[in-house]
Write a protein that binds this ligand. Structure first.
Ligand SMILES: *Cc1c(COP(=O)(O)O)cnc(C)c1O
Length: 386
């Protein structure tokens, strides 16, 4: 295979991912950990991340069935939960690939029971109860009928029960905020505990794996750990938002690198890039970076991002193009091939975070990472000095 020839690539330090997972485990133990690998491992490249991390995780989570089948096809054997909504007609794929089905809709429960009976083996099911997100089918105040229906199913394996927190960013109740930094999630947790009482009431054991915690809850809400936690963004070394407690030390695993492909003096009155949005008032050195919005370097960031060139931060200038963008080096020198960092830490100590890019793009770090295009090759390294 031809190695990636283009100078723009995303370097993923697998050792950092392993350390992040260990830090999460140290925080949540004895709870198990499901690592979220949806959306191409939050853009990090699932083909490199999944085989590396598989031995260290208890469970793997994805959003959609195709992501789970892909993981099986590249040889992943650990349990895989498909967390998103699934149509009844897709249940056979779960049986075929030994995947765990999320059930919040009674029709999916019926299909699971019927198809498991026909197949002569049980599909693994995690019941999902909506406690305040209005995304899954069954809400907490109507959960009993789904749980009762699940008890009537003889041919499926009800392995898990879970919910998902809606709110990791708003801090509403001052006393809870002081205690947890987290309030609506506390309401959701109370609702979920109410749902769990169904099992006590009927003196039957609850499903073996009860789970609720995303990254924000891992950081802020220890009461939410139950049997397993589901870290996504923090596994990759990114805190879910500014408000979360930094109660687990994590480090970003991704560095987005490039190289200078043009370096020249740009004269005053000579506008840079499409739309002539930026003109210098004095002669300055501008360099061209072969990375643009088709790579996920958002066009809407134009004139805002800082870019590290040769270890120092400079201003991106002019409209970000599809495949390239320009940077103003003022009076500093640069030559073709010089090192560029668009995201991550330079050896000089200068750093650009996913939060920085998110601020410039008017979004969150999740969208920044999951939009780094397939065209950007992922290079996997293991460097203990993160
Ligand atoms: C994406 C997702 C997570 C992980 O969320 P983070 O905020 O990235 O930690 C956990 N659970 C479910 C159901 C998800 O869809």
């Amino acid at each position: 295979m031809t190695p990636p020839l283009r100078p723009t690539h995303l370097v993923i330090n697998l050792a950092t991912l392993k350390n992040n997972l260990a830090a999460i485990r140290a925080r949540v133990g004895p709870a198990n950990v499901l690592v979220m690998l949806k959306a191409n491992a939050y853009g990090h490249g699932v083909d490199g991340v999944a085989p590396f991390i598989e031995p260290y995780t208890d469970y793997i989570g994805v959003a959609v069935l195709d992501e789970a089948i892909h993981l099986r096809e590249i040889g992943i054997r650990k349990p895989i939960l498909v967390a998103g909504g699934t149509l009844p007609e897709h249940v056979p794929w779960f049986l075929e690939h030994d995947l765990t089905l999320t059930v919040s809709h009674p029709a999916v429960l019926d299909a699971a029971e019927r198809l498991s009976t026909a197949a002569g083996r049980p599909v693994k099911v995690h019941l999902k109860i909506d406690t305040g997100m209005e995304r899954a089918q069954t809400r907490w105040y109507e959960a009993e009928s789904l749980l009762e229906a699940s008890l009537r199913c003889q041919h499926i394996d009800i392995e898990g029960l879970y919910t998902h927190f809606a709110n990791s960013e708003t801090l509403e109740t001052p006393d809870l905020t002081k205690k947890y930094g987290y309030s609506y999630a506390s309401d959701q947790l109370a609702r979920f505990n109410e749902v769990l009482r169904f099992y006590e009431k009927h003196s039957i054991p609850r499903p073996r794996i009860v789970h609720t915690a995303n990254s924000a809850a891992i950081l802020n809400l220890p009461e939410s750990y139950f049997d397993m936690v589901r870290p996504g963004v923090m596994f990759y070394g990114i805190y879910p938002d500014d408000e979360c407690l930094r109660s687990v030390e994590i480090h970003p695993a991704a560095t987005w690198k490039s190289q200078v492909v043009a370096s020249k003096l740009t004269q005053p009155g000579h506008p840079v890039s499409y739309g002539s949005l930026w003109v210098s008032e004095k002669p300055v050195r501008t360099v061209t970076i072969p990375c643009g919005y088709a790579d996920g370097y958002f066009r809407r960031m134009t004139n805002q991002p800082q870019v590290i060139v040769n270890g120092r931060k400079y201003q991106q200038v002019g409209r970000i193009c599809m495949d390239q963008c320009m940077v103003n080096l003022e009076t500093d020198p640069a030559a073709m091939g010089d090192e560029v960092i668009l995201l991550g830490k330079a050896t000089s100590g200068q750093q650009i975070s996913a939060e920085d890019l998110a601020r410039w793009a008017g979004t969150n770090p999740y969208e920044v990472m999951t939009n780094i295009a397939a065209r950007v090759p992922r290079l996997f390294i293991q460097d203990a000095n993160q």
